[in-house]
Design a protein around this ligand. Sequence first.
Ligand SMILES: [Cu+2]
Length: 119
Amino acid sequence: MKTPSILFATLALTLVVSFNPPIAAMAAEEMAKADAAAEIKPADAAAMSAGEVKKIDKEAGKITIKHGPLANLEMPPMTMVFRVKDPIMLDQVKPGDKINFVAEKANGALTVTQLQAGG
Ligand SMILES: [Cu+2]
């Protein structure tokens, strides 16, 4: 009774080996998509992005954020300076805070229009 199971195991192994590369590649791609979606969803359906506050300049109304991918701006992760829509937003966070935010292009400048601590 051993022969059939060995045969089956060999066949299964052959299938796994021959199909594994494309499946693995596809799975990684699907996982990347799922990750991107998961990052956007919890905070707000309106696609908030995750980031970390690096620096705040209240006088200039600017905030430096180390941000993840910004889907709406087609921007990869990086650390950069944003304007804020309302300087009062800068009172809600401090350097080192993890934040969720929405950035939009307003009058040619990238502006944070929504900001919330935590995340
Ligand atoms: Cu950026």
